[in-house]
Each structure stands twice: as structure tokens, then as C-alpha cells.
Design a protein around this ligand. Structure first.
Ligand code: TYM
Length: 342
């Protein structure tokens, strides 16, 4: 299908989600949440989800899952997602996700799943011991997106392959059933912080599950912890170069410049121009101050919201109701196309 055919008949609609599994990192904030807020004011209808059904593809303690779900919701709200402008909800309250996920399990091919690098990384040598859900995860993710006919999905670089698979699933469904029912969704992967790296090893992604807490900045870290983590972040001895070219083969240095750029809404080039020739003794404290200035108001607002979990639950319930209103007719039409008697 051509791009034109894939878009003309669909309302511009953004869908994205975050798993409630462990704490949120600066990677989640810069690669996802901050950009979700920016897209809210643009010409899209926006849906932001706490993807709890994805979280349970690996073991989650039930009480911790509840807390983590409310924490992701609080991070959306504290960062500026307005539950009136956007539909903010948790996945399990909209049962159509799981239902469309099943249909897509019957569309996606085992060979496609076998190529998913994230499954390979997570499963490592223990693939046999992983849940079937973890393996099928990308087809549920396709359902999340296509259940709303979403046209744009802002994500970090690590999710690109999953959004491409979503396009493959949509194209195969459309082809097999001779329809143009599902859009070919575009991943939106833009800006300097699409892959925030680990502070101790600039070749690895910053993640919630890394071994040491010193590798990542958590959204709920206090000012002293943030300053300490940046101070101890691995770098090389050379000062900052005159141009971005000088950061080639210096992954840790590049990462800190990119983080600074994303936090200050500048390009990495502008940051280099400002700090050309500066040593780490100058740059790291400036970065820590910037990160604290941006994150502290968000984390204190998150704490405030988390003191009233019932209010968060009300917001999620209301968002779920609004999400169902879009999802239900799309699932019904899908069942009809497939030939399921209703
Ligand atoms: P998750 O929960 O692992 O991450 C949520 C979002 O944060 C981004 N991200 C990063 N971006 C830049 N640098 C990093 N170090 C970094 N770490 C995480 C991720 O790219 C993501 O955008 N499968 C998804 C959740 C999901 C979803 C969806 C996303 C389920 N259904 C439908 C979009 C649309 C995931 O596990 O994200």
C-alpha cells in the first residue's frame, strides 16, 4: 500500500505507552513522556496508556504492579499530560486490547517474532523459560496501536522495530482480507535523546533494569542523587570538542551532550558551541543543575499525586471509558471483516 493510501482516510491520532515495571528513568522521560506532552498541543488526538498487560510478560509482584501503574500515570500527569486534552488510561481496563491482540497473533508469523531483537536481548540464553506472553508481546503492541487506528507513535529508538512490525501486521491483515481497514502507522523518533545511554557504559541503553542504580537517573531521584550520578558518570579525559564530529567514538561524552540538549530544548550542535573546550568539571555540574531544575518540579508533583491514589484511579477509569468508545467499534468491525458471527 502507498503512503497516501495509508493515511488519507485516517484522523491524525497519536498512541503511545509505557510499561509499569520498576521505576521510570530519564530515558523514559526524554525519549517518551516529554515528547508526548509536546504532541498534545499539536494537531492530533492523543492517547497515552499505562501498558500493564505488557508489564506482566515478566513476573510482577501484584502490589508493586499497582504502585508502578499509578506511578506511570502520575509521571504523565506531573509532566504535563492533561487528562482533558489527552486520553490517559491503563490498558487492562480496555479489554479490546487483548481481543485484537489475539486476532493479530493469528496474523503475525512466528518468523517475524523470531527476528525481534528485544525478545532476544531479554530472553538471552533462557528463551525456553520465558513466558509465551513475552514472545507474543509485539503483536499485543500492534493491537494497542491499531485498535485506535493510530497514525503516529512517538517512541524511543529501542521500539522502532516493534512499530515496523505493527506496519507489517496491518499490511498483512489488509492484504489477506482485501481491505484498507488498518493504517500503516508511522513511528515518530525525533530529537537528540532517542537513545539515552547508560551513565557507566555509553554503548548500552539506560534502562530500568540495569544492574546498578548509578547507571541511570530515575525520575524520582532527589537533587543530591542526580548530582552524584552525573559527577560519577563515566567520561574520557578530553575536554568537549569544537564540533560534534569531535564526539565520534566518544559515546559517553556524546550521551551527556545529548542529554543536555534534550533537557534544554537545544540541538547538540548548540550545546557544543556553548561548551567548546570546557572540561568535565565545568560541564557535569551544569548538566546536573539543569537536570535537577527540570526533574525536581516533576518529581515533587508526582509525589503529591501519589498521595491520593484514588484520584489517579478515577482519572484512569475515565480515560479508559473514553478509550473504549474509540476501540469498541474498531474491534467490532475487525471481527466482522474476519467473519466472526456477532
Ligand atoms: P518501555 O516501557 O520500555 O519504555 C517506554 C518508552 O520510553 C522509551 N525509552 C527510551 N527512550 C530513549 N532512551 C532510553 N534509554 C529509553 N528507555 C526507554 C521507549 O522507547 C518507549 O517509548 N513496548 C513498549 C511499550 C508499549 C508501546 C505500545 C509503546 C506497549 N504498547 C504501543 C508505543 C505504542 C515498551 O516496553 O516501552
Amino acid at each position: 500500500m502507498t503512503e497516501a493510501a495509508s493515511h488519507s482516510q485516517f484522523t491524525p491520532r497519536v498512541f503511545s505507552g509505557i510499561k509499569p515495571s520498576g521505576g521510570l528513568t530519564l530515558g523514559n522521560y526524554l525519549g517518551a513522556i516529554k515528547r508526548f506532552v509536546a504532541m498534545q498541543g499539536e494537531a492530533y488526538e492523543t492517547l497515552y496508556c499505562v501498558v500493564d498487560l505488557h508489564a506482566i510478560t515478566v513476573w510482577q509482584d501484584p502490589a508493586e504492579l499497582r504502585t508502578a501503574t499509578r506511578e506511570v500515570a502520575a509521571s504523565y500527569l506531573a509532566s504535563g499530560i492533561d487528562p482533558e486534552k489527552s486520553i490517559l488510561f491503563n490498558q487492562s481496563q480496555v479489554s479490546q486490547h487483548a481481543e485484537l491482540g489475539w486476532i493479530f497473533n493469528c496474523v503475525a508469523r512466528v518468523g517475524w517474532m523470531n527476528r525481534m531483537t528485544q525478545f532476544k536481548e531479554k530472553a538471552g540464553k533462557n528463551a525456553e523459560k520465558q513466558s509465551l506472553g513475552l514472545y507474543a508481546y509485539p503483536s499485543l503492541m500492534a493491537a494497542d496501536i491499531l485498535l485506535y487506528h493510530a497514525t503516529h507513535v512517538p517512541v524511543g529508538e529501542d521500539q522502532k522495530q516493534h512499530v515496523e512490525l505493527t506496519r507489517d501486521i496491518a499490511a498483512k491483515f489488509n492484504h489477506d482480507y482485501k481491505t484498507e481497514f488498518f493504517p500503516l502507522t508511522n513511528p515518530v523518533i525525533e530529537g537528540p535523546a532517542m537513545r539515552v545511554m547508560n551513565l557507566r557504559d555509553g554503548t548500552k541503553k539506560m534502562s530500568k533494569s540495569g544492574e546498578s542504580d548509578m547507571e541511570r537517573i530515575n525520575m524520582l531521584d532527589d537533587a543530591d542523587t542526580i548530582a552524584k550520578k552525573f559527577r560519577k558518570a563515566r567520561t574520557d579525559p578530553a575536554p568537549l570538542p569544537e564540533s560534534l564530529d569531535g564526539l565520534k567514538d566518544r559515546p559517553e561524552a556524546r550521551n551527556l551532550v545529548d542529554i543536555y540538549a534534550a533537557l534544554s530544548d537545544q540541538s547538540p550542535e548548540a550545546v557544543i558551541t556553548e561548551y567548546a573546550g570546557a572540561g568535565w568539571g565545568q560541564f557535569k555540574p551544569a548538566l546536573a543543575d539543569l537536570a535537577v531544575a527540570k526533574l525536581a518540579p516533576i518529581s515533587s508533583e508526582m509525589q503529591r499525586l501519589l498521595d491520593d491514589p484514588a484520584e489517579i484511579d478515577r482519572i484512569l477509569a475515565r480515560g479508559s471509558e473514553r478509550a473504549r468508545a474509540i476501540a469498541a467499534p474498531i474491534l467490532e468491525r475487525t471481527y466482522d471483516i474476519v467473519g466472526l458471527v456477532r
